[in-house]
Write a protein that binds this ligand. Structure first.
Ligand code: B12
Ligand code: SF4
Length: 581
């Protein structure tokens, strides 16, 4: 029997920096779960011989955040195989211009290209017609894949191999169940390109809340769909077998995964009975501490870091974006509950709500520093992401938004603000990092961490990365990696390729400056860490943020009183009097 080859090359695109170079690193810092998901689905098709016994499906995967994509080599490999396609995976809005540039190169060589991910899904879910960039992709001959791939890959592959794919696959109205769904996995050599040797999986999808800036609920739905404990165990064991024991659980809100308890119980068993030294990073909401046993079990299951969508401390801003579940009077208690479980807290804070001004933002960050025991705080600009209700409303009302999708990375301002000019808003984003990560506050965070029994080295390293990312590398920490790479010839479509005599000397200077700054920052923070640890009273450190909660409403954090007149009279809200300022 003649054997045939069908070669699939998966690329998770990155996006462009301000000079039009791809943002990529020698080692990236966070693994791509989208890439792992699509790889897992296709690997299953390869194993089950989805294209018939005589066809070998070959899969290669690249995360552009840590690998320079060699398009000519990929074209040659697909042509040599005699068939196949390039899949651009998990493409977010900010990555769509890069995805289009890659598409251009592959389509010029007549290689089929399929684009999936949140930009395609979000736009198709929320807009009445395809936006210009999706039209451009179509005009280049790319196939668009909207919705989730679980349960659809076999039929899709047959279409691709048969040479008669549909121009647009739309599964948005048909969300697949996740019980017994194929699980995300990447070969070890790809995971190794992520610093810290950890990988990711989603234990569930969907979130019951309704935040207006969120795209997730409009693509993955509001009903909790979840994996079984057996499947989570299988994912963990498959990774442990290849030496990977740390996991970023990418559920946007693991606290609302309706199967959280059996999943955590199983992970606890793996750690405590089978002695698997697994580590987890979870994403949760601000009410998770109200779920009996959730925090305690998360910690026992290996969670040592938790991301919390705090978003803002002003109730008016939270209500304005339908983030009603964020109750500011619960914040301190929730953060302290995680600290008691020895889990480091990492919170997201959004800048640019309608009532925000540079002065209120600076004031609110100072309040957080003083009153809330957060370890890592990261900032985002409120952005009308395609796929969100905010974007849909602005689009329908014809309100101008930045047409360049490369800017939808939550670090750029993409629409107008009622009280701040674009320049002010951009400045306030840059200033926010400086206001939070002062040396004085960094030392306070380390003190609080040591007093709470958290891992001091982990805190110091995380503080170094988060405080240095924006000013040293000019990228958000979530996009950062180790040692920036720039490929001279991989520049945004339409920009000139620079002369090597200009490019390389500048690169050498940039790398040395960045290296020197990182070294100095790391040494400074490490010295702080040593100083704090050496202090005889380190364990007894106490400040307002660490003060235990009191049942008495008057003992709530001061900022809750300060916002008293904006707290809605909803269930559980304290009755307060505004403090005289
Ligand atoms: C984990 C995660 C990250 C991780 C890893 C990225 C990744 N994609 O894995 C990190 C921390 C790096 C990250 C960073 C950012 N992220 Co993020 N991230 C997520 C998160 C929570 C999970 C992604 C995931 O695994 N989803 C599950 C997979 C299975 O879904 P999927 O990607 O849609 O893929 C399925 C289908 O689309 C389809 N499919 C996808 N590709 C392909 C390709 C082919 C060929 C086929 C056939 C099918 C197919 O099949 C897949 C399996 O069902 C999502 C929210 C979410 N719930 O998805 C946000 C999300 C994707 N991120 C978002 C954003 C904005 C960002 C940042 C810009 C924010 C920031 N400043 O930090 C950065 C971008 C930097 C970067 N270089 O990536 C937005 C994107 C919205 C949009 N319209 O673009 C999301 C949706 C969250 C949100 N706020 O709304 N992110
Ligand atoms: S809590 Fe998070 S995932 Fe849920 S709707 Fe709000 S932003 Fe989206």
């Amino acid at each position: 029997m003649d054997r045939r080859r069908f070669r699939i090359v998966l690329i998770k695109p990155s996006h462009y920096d301000a000079d039009g170079y791809v943002i990529q690193w020698y080692r990236s810092s966070i693994p791509s779960n989208s890439l792992a998901s699509v790889y897992g689905l296709l690997a299953e098709c390869a194993e089950t011989k989805a294209l018939g016994g005589e066809t070998d499906i070959e899969i290669e995967a690249f995360d552009e955040c840590n690998t320079i994509v060699d398009a000519p080599a990929i074209i040659r490999s697909i042509k040599a195989a005699g068939g196949g396609f390039v899949g651009l995976v998990g493409v977010q809005s900010n990555q769509f211009p890069r995805a289009l540039d890659l598409t251009r190169q592959f389509r010029q060589a007549a290689i089929p290209v399929v684009i999936g991910g949140f930009h395609v899904s979000g736009c198709i879910a929320m807009l009445p017609e395809l936006p210009p960039d999706l039209e451009e992709a179509r005009a280049l001959g790319a196939i668009l894949f909207a919705g989730e791939g679980e349960g659809r890959m076999e039929a899709f592959l047959r279409d691709m191999a048969g040479g008669s794919p549909q121009p647009v696959y739309n599964y948005l109205a048909d969300l697949p169940g996740m019980e017994a769904a194929t699980f995300p996995i990447l070969p070890r050599e790809i995971v190794r390109r992520v610093a810290g040797n950890y990988t990711s999986f989603d234990a569930g999808r969907g979130c019951p809340f309704q935040c207006s800036f969120c795209t997730i609920i409009n693509v993955q739905g509001r009903r909790s769909r979840y994996r079984t404990a057996d499947d989570v165990e299988a994912i963990v064991r498959a990774n442990v077998a290849q030496g990977v024991k740390s996991f970023f659980v990418t559920d946007d809100n693991f606290a609302r995964n309706r199967n959280w308890e059996p999943i955590l119980d199983r992970l606890i068993e793996l750690r405590e009975r089978d002695r698997l030294k697994i580590r987890l990073m979870l994403q949760v909401d601000t009410l998770c501490h109200k779920i009996p046993g959730f925090i305690e079990k998360s910690a026992r299951a290996g969670c040592n870091m938790v991301f919390i969508g705090l978003e803002n401390i002003n109730p008016q801003s939270l209500m304005g974006t339908k983030k009603r579940q964020n109750k500011i009077w619960e914040y301190r208690e929730m953060l302290q509950a995680w600290r008691r479980a020895k889990v480091m807290t990492w919170a997201g804070y959004i800048l640019g709500f309608p009532t925000d001004t540079p002065a209120t933002i600076a004031r609110d960050i100072e309040i957080i520093k003083r009153e809330l025991p957060i370890d890592i705080l990261e900032f985002f600009c409120l952005t009308p992401l395609p796929g969100s209700e905010d974007h849909k409303k602005l689009h329908a009302a014809g309100i101008p938004m930045d047409p360049d999708m490369n800017n939808y990375d939550l670090e750029h301002v993409c629409t107008a603000h009622p009280l701040m000019s674009k320049a002010e808003w951009e400045q306030v984003y840059r200033d926010a990092w400086k206001i939070y990560y002062t040396d004085e506050h960094v030392e306070t965070i380390i003190r609080r961490g040591v007093a709470s029994g958290l891992n001091a080295v982990k805190i110091v390293d995380s503080l170094t990365a988060f405080s240095g990312a924006t000013w040293i590398e000019d990228v958000h920490p979530l996009q950062m990696g180790f040692v920036r790479r720039k490929a001279r010839r991989q520049r945004r479509h339409g920009l000139p390729i620079e002369s090597p005599f200009v490019f390389y000397p500048r690169r050498a200077a940039e790398l040395s400056v960045a290296g020197w700054r990182w070294l100095r920052l790391a040494r400074r923070y490490r010295a702080m860490g040593r100083r704090v640890l050496a202090a005889p009273s380190a364990a007894a450190y106490m400040d307002e943020a660490l003060m235990p909660p009191a049942a008495d409403g008057d003992a709530l954090p001061d900022f809750v009183h300060a916002f008293a007149d904006q707290i809605p009279h909803t269930h559980g809200a304290p009755v307060l009097h505004k403090l005289a300022s």
